[in-house]
Design a protein around this ligand. Structure first.
Ligand code: BES
Ligand code: ZN
Length: 458
């Protein structure tokens, strides 16, 4: 039976691609209010697709962007699975760096391999469509799914998931399943699958420092007036010490060393740090001293400045001392680091460094703790077997440097573990210009989910 499903997937690949392209054309940028209708259009399109597949699907409004929820009850046995993906995407800027328009998907061939180029191709529209297409194939061949499947598609993942927890709380009984399947992570390599068992958490903060009550002439006042841009840069520069450690007091509370047995597994993976950096034009690890690159991205917390705003940045030149300056700062968290404590400690640290005449204000951009999943269990075993069958080699059990807040929220709100299986690659340029998804990721991803559904459905 599985063979027929896989054959169906292979035969239907061109049509699957057409459907993905339709979704990729919808400009569902969640963080920018100007795209609100586009985000809604993506939700509507997905709900229609799911309805067409026989799911009981609906678009569910929230105070932010809508959720898409769908249920299929054709299975006669097996566990209840809740699949999660997000249909929103990151902004496209800088637009001028895209070789072709970001919402005009195309196939490009590089070194003989085909890839899909568009914003959201890898994060996360291509990924969520792998599951949908796997369901389509099972239905086409058998008329049903091998397990009871529910689906939750979110439209706010890239902007901090503000509506997610209230939505989960309001729909506990509808959404609770035996396990969540989350498709928003990567493969180990082009040829080898991966199951992600740890992810970092995230704290987002925006800090604004102001001094004089207006912008000033930098000749008339320069030397006498406090410059908020200087104050801000000075404080930002003090966030790390010379060894790359974060200096915010108590920041490392809850950070544990990776156990030796886990490190031993990582050592067998054959990670090539030089090649990893080389894919983005870098040569030298810049993080905490004395840590391998894998540790730096998987198991160590960080502080990054993501944006600085202030002063005159237009064409030409303006001799100004700005009245205020601000920065967007994020922290990646590991282990038991508490997002709200990190936020509090950061705010106290900044406030403590303020010179006279300066005021500071803070805005939160959300927070979520790190995730660590069990190394065993029946669902993990089933997924391992399925991925081994598809790729011809055991999947790597990996960490991930990014954050997927829903995984922690599923655990806390619904008591549900997640199985994180995804098909992105490190060089997919997610969040960057010219984002792409390998055709082998899309095709192999659909086949992988078909196998996982078969395995878990038993
Ligand atoms: N798909 C990523 C998360 C990811 C990236 C996992 C790389 C593993 C490896 C996700 O869509 C994402 O970018 N999340 C944001 C979360 C934030 C906006 C709350 C992130 O990690 O910055
Ligand atoms: Zn994503």
């Amino acid at each position: 039976m599985l063979d027929r499903v896989l054959q169906q997937i292979d035969d239907d690949l061109p049509a699957s691609l057409d459907r993905l392209f339709t979704l990729l054309r919808i400009e569902s940028i969640s963080t920018d209010p100007a795209y609100r209708d586009k985000v809604a259009a993506a939700a509507d399109w997905l709900a229609e697709e799911l309805t067409g597949l026989g799911f009981d699907a609906s678009v569910r409004p929230t105070t932010g962007h809508p959720m898409v929820v769908a249920h299929d009850a054709t299975a006669t046995a097996g566990p209840h699975l809740l699949f999660y993906g997000h249909y929103d995407v990151q902004p496209v800027d800088p637009l001028s760096e895209w070789a072709t328009p970001p919402f005009d998907p195309r196939i490009e061939t590089v070194d003989g391999a085909k890839r899909i180029v568009a914003r959201g191709a890898s994060d996360d529209k291509g990924q969520l469509m792998t599951f949908l297409e796997a369901c389509r194939a099972w239905k086409a061949v058998t008329g049903k799914l091998p397990a009871k499947v529910s689906i939750l598609f979110e439209g706010e993942e890239e902007s901090g998931s503000p509506s997610l927890v209230p939505f989960l709380r309001a729909n506990v009984d509808e959404l609770r399943a035996d396990v969540a399947l989350v498709c928003d992570t990567g493969m180990w390599s082009r040829e080898r699958g991966a199951i992600t068992i740890m992810l970092r958490g995230l704290v987002g903060e925006e800090v604004t420092i102001s001094a004089a009550d207006r912008d000033l002439h930098s000749g008339m006042f320069g030397g006498a007036a406090r410059n908020p841009l200087h104050v801000l840069s000075d404080i930002l520069a003090r966030l790390h010490d010379a060894d790359g450690r974060v200096t915010v007091p108590n920041f490392y509370d809850g950070v544990a060393e990776v156990p030796d047995d886990v490190k031993a597994i990582w050592d067998t993976l054959g990670f090539d740090a030089d090649a990893f950096l080389d894919t983005v034009g870098l040569t030298t690890p810049a993080g905490e001293a004395g840590r391998t690159v894998l540790e730096q991205i998987w198991s160590r917390p960080t502080c990054e400045v993501n944006g600085i705003i202030g002063g005159y940045t237009g064409e030409g030149f303006k001799t100004v001392i700005p009245a205020k300056a601000s920065a967007k700062v994020s922290f990646r968290l590991v282990g038991d680091q508490d997002p709200e404590k990190v936020r509090e400690n950061f705010r106290a640290f900044v406030t403590g460094l303020l010179p006279p005449d300066c005021r500071v204000s803070f805005a939160s951009h959300g927070g979520s703790g790190a995730t660590r999943l069990p190394f065993d269990g029946p669902f993990l075993a089933g997924a391992r077997a399925a991925l081994t069958d598809e790729w011809g080699i055991e999947p790597a059990l990996v960490g991930g440097g990014g954050s997927i807040p829903v995984v922690g929220d599923f655990k806390r709100e619904l008591g549900m573990d997640s199985l994180m299986v995804g098909f992105g690659l490190d060089d997919d340029r997610i969040h960057s210009p010219n984002e792409k998804y390998e055709l082998s990721s899309f095709h192999g991803g659909i086949r992988s989910w078909a196998r996982i559904l078969g395995q878990l459905g038993g």
